[in-house]
Design a protein around this ligand. Sequence first.
Ligand code: 1GP
Length: 232
Amino acid sequence: MDYKTWRHAFKIDPAKNISDKQVEAIAESGTDGVIIGGSDGVTLENVLDLLARFRRFSVPLALEVSTVESVTPGFDYYFIPTVLNTTDSKWLNGLHHEALREYGHMMNFDELVTEGYCILNLDCTAAKVTGVDRVPDEEDVQAYARMAEHLFTLPIFYLEYSGQYGDPQIVRSAKELLTNTRLFYGGGIRSTEQAKEMAAIADTVVVGNVVYDDLQVALKTVDAVKSVPLPM
Ligand code: 1GP
């Protein structure tokens, strides 16, 4: 299933333990895609481990690349984050430059999907690692949404609240400005009500941490998201 039609995705962190039973439940949950990615402790070894365990199922798999060393063939997609509100150009285009210098000649660009990240929770690891030092307000977010859609024509604009439930008004104000760029929302979804609320605004809802804290709730977010019509 093409990532452009994903309504629901689980994000699985290679640095966290997960049992085979949990892998099976997630892969067979009806979710549209599984994104393998994390901000810390991602290694080739733990990425390969998850790839092998999820590949037994038919669910589409994306590797969200945070270190070049952990990239391996075998995924359907390689999501490449560029953090639009970072203060450190390494996370905007620095690592990308290094990777392209080294491996550009052998990359299959059809498998790469660039995500314009806007990080809104300063306490999350992604914010700390990438040097996000200020919470963007609604007007900032709208500027980044326009940057993603019009300046850089990115396929995905990702509002990242990781660990914190976001502000629906801010998410809506970004969505209103996007036509060709898909809006991914991720952060703090811990109930079917929250999943539905964000599904009514964003194109794709990403569910992460609750998988580890309460798998049954996590699994219920799949139907919750899919019960809501795609936002216009
Ligand atoms: C993290 O956006 C995802 O990158 C999901 O966030 O872990 O808070 O669900 P949570």
